[in-house]
Every structure is written in structure tokens, then in C-alpha cells.
Design a protein around this ligand. Structure first.
Ligand code: AMP
Ligand code: MG
Length: 330
């Protein structure tokens, strides 16, 4: 880990690391973010590994302005008015993904929405413009710890996992961004933050409130998802059969892991399709591929998707959590 001043050379080096798939911590007006190239599945998977998050929460995608965000998020009239009023600033909008959004599906945790924000901080702005890619970034702390408002907090919490920490001094906001979902007819406040409920209602009218949020990541014993998140929970159309052994049933597609040999059903042409999350058995690679491959297999409308057993260690716990919840859908 290198703690670097956020001057021209530091920003150029950090942008370079982002473009080559690395993790970089940087200041915003809310808290320090742990950033990765949002278009790079593997880089985004590293964020989850570094934070030690036991689940895949969707991440906020950062870009300099509205024009950039329109490449991956669909802005309706309300979203345009809010972006105009509050960007750059501490308001995150959850919007539908564009049909061919170039941002990783892991960023959206498999949902058809994407959370977007244009931060109002000169270092964040300079970094994003130099990198030329959208930057996925949750708060730069390990899961369950306080959000970092100084570079030394990041170094203490994530030191080994991040390549460069840009030191831009203490964050002025110190509180996270407000998260507002505009994926339905009624706007829903998913997380209170620096931009107030009232100031949003002044622009777009009534806003509903979902579960309480806080500047600390949810502890492991917290309910699985806040009420606002439940409806948006990703579920494939196909039935999921977890822990599939070495034989498949008719019409099943296979989501494999590792190099275990799997046979198609006897007397048929085999399974509908196969994707392998990681032939080498690498859990970071598997996380990077998880949502994209699930979407690809689901699009083929198989009788079911059989999923090979995945170990529970490291990112495996988050992968299995997501698969179990996708499988439990009625
Ligand atoms: P953090 O990255 O720690 O600042 O947290 C990001 C917040 O935005 C979390 O509360 C997420 O649940 C929320 N969020 C991000 N993307 C989405 C999305 N697509 N749908 C709903 N909530 C989202
Ligand atoms: Mg956080």
C-alpha cells in the first residue's frame, strides 16, 4: 500500500492503477471510497474481497457528471431534475440500467438497476477524469467498521488490500450520500444522508422512506435486506438447483465451479448450456463472473440452472448467500 498526496503525480498514478484493474482509495465529500474500474468484473470482485463483506451489496458507480452516467443509467424527468439540482453532490440515484450498460453486473449485485453519483470533490473529479472509466466505490473500510473520513483510517483498516490511498485530507461531509431509488413510480429514500429528504421533495414531490440507514455497514446479524431492497432482490426466472453433484437432469443448464467433471443426463444431447465460474477454483474470479453468467444462462430459459457446490470460505460465503436467496424465490 502506498499513501500518496493527492497531487498531480499521485492522481495520475492512481488513475493508472484503476485502469489496470487495481484498487485505489480516494477522498470524496462524503467519506473515503474504495474504488475500482466499474466496467471490470474482476476489479469489482476485489472490492468485496478487500472489504470482507459477507454479502454482495450493490455498489455506487461514480463518474464526473450527468453526461457520463447516461451511458449506463436511464434518467427520467425526475432524475434529470435531481441531477441538475444536486450534482456534483451527495445524492445517489438508483436508476434502471441501460440495455447494454458497460458496467459490471456485480456492481448491481445482479439487479437491473444501478446506483449513480457525481461526487463534489476536486480529487475525486480529477481521478475519474484521468482514469476515463466509471468508478465503483463503497466506503473504504472493512465490513462492520466505521466509514473512513481520513486517509489514515483507510490505511489502518484496508492497508494490505488497497494499492494506493490518495491523501486529500479529512472529508468535509463525514456522512454518506443520500440514496434515492427512482426505479418505481414512487421515489423511495433507501438511505438518509447529506442531502435531506425535504430538499429532494422540493424538487420532485413526495418521497417514501425505506428502512433506516447509517454510516456504519450493517452488522452480520442485521436482517438480510432493508424493506426497500426486498422488492429489488435479484431472482433469475429459472429454478436454481444448488450443490449439484456430478449428474444433471434433462434440460438443465450448468453453472459450474472448478474442474469437477459433470455428465449430462443419459440418452440426451446433454445439458442446455454450461458456464464455469472459475475452472481454476478461484473465488474472486467466481464472484466476478457470478451475475453475468447467471443472466446469460437465465436468458436461455433452461428447465433449471444446476449450480456446482462452492466452498464457503472467503468470497464463497457471499456467493453462496446470493445463490441461496436466488434459489428460495417462490
Ligand atoms: P456504500 O457503498 O457503503 O456507500 O453503500 C451503497 C448504498 O447504496 C447501499 O445502501 C446500497 O444498498 C445502495 N445501493 C446501491 N446500488 C443499489 C441498487 N441498484 N439498488 C438499491 N440500492 C442500491
Ligand atoms: Mg459503507
Amino acid at each position: 500500500m502506498a499513501l500518496r498526496p493527492a497531487d498531480g503525480a499521485g492522481i495520475a498514478a492512481a488513475a493508472d492503477r484503476l485502469r489496470s484493474g487495481g484498487l485505489v482509495a480516494f477522498p470524496t465529500e462524503t467519506v473515503y471510497g474504495l474504488g475500482a474500474d466499474a466496467t471490470d468484473d474482476r476489479a469489482v470482485a476485489r472490492i468485496f474481497a478487500a472489504k470482507g463483506r459477507p454479502r454482495f451489496n450493490p455498489l455506487i458507480v461514480h463518474a464526473p457528471d450527468l453526461a457520463a452516467h447516461r451511458a449506463w443509467a436511464v434518467f427520467d424527468e425526475r432524475a434529470l431534475r435531481l441531477a441538475e439540482a444536486f450534482w456534483p453532490g451527495a445524492l445517489t440515484l438508483v436508476l434502471p440500467r441501460t440495455p447494454d450498460a458497460p458496467v459490471s453486473r456485480l456492481v448491481s449485485a445482479g439487479l437491473d438497476s444501478v446506483a449513480v453519483r457525481a461526487p463534489d470533490h476536486p480529487v475525486a473529479q480529477a481521478l475519474m477524469r484521468a482514469a476515463g472509466c466509471p468508478v465503483a466505490a463503497p466506503s473504504a473500510n472493512r465490513f462492520g467498521r466505521l466509514s473512513p473520513t481520513e486517509a489514515r483510517h483507510v490505511a489502518a483498516s484496508l492497508g494490505g488490500a488497497v494499492e494506493i490511498v490518495l491523501d486529500g485530507g479529512p472529508c468535509s461531509g463525514g456522512l454518506e450520500s443520500t440514496v434515492l431509488s427512482l426505479t418505481g413510480e414512487t421515489p423511495v429514500l433507501l438511505r438518509p444522508g447529506l442531502v435531506t429528504h425535504e430538499s429532494i421533495e422540493e424538487i420532485i414531490g413526495p418521497v417514501q422512506t425505506a428502512g433506516a440507514g447509517s454510516a456504519v455497514d450493517a452488522p452480520p446479524e442485521a436482517p438480510l435486506e432493508s424493506p426497500g431492497m426486498l422488492a429489488a432482490h435479484y431472482a433469475p426466472r429459472a429454478r436454481l438447483r444448488l450443490g449439484a453433484g456430478d449428474a444433471l437432469e434433462e434440460g438443465e443448464a450448468l453453472l459450474a465451479f472448478g474442474d469437477a467433471p459433470v455428465a449430462g443426463p443419459a440418452g440426451t444431447a446433454g445439458y442446455a448450456a454450461v458456464r464455469n465460474l472459475s475452472p481454476a477454483g478461484d473465488l474472486t474470479e467466481a464472484a466476478a463472473n457470478l451475475f453475468r453468467m447467471l443472466h446469460e444462462l437465465d436468458a436461455l430459459a433452461p428447465a433449471a440452472i444446476a449450480v456446482s457446490a462452492i466452498p464457503e470460505d472467503g468470497l464463497g460465503a457471499a456467493i453462496n448467500d446470493r445463490l441461496r436467496r436466488a434459489a428460495h424465490r417462490a
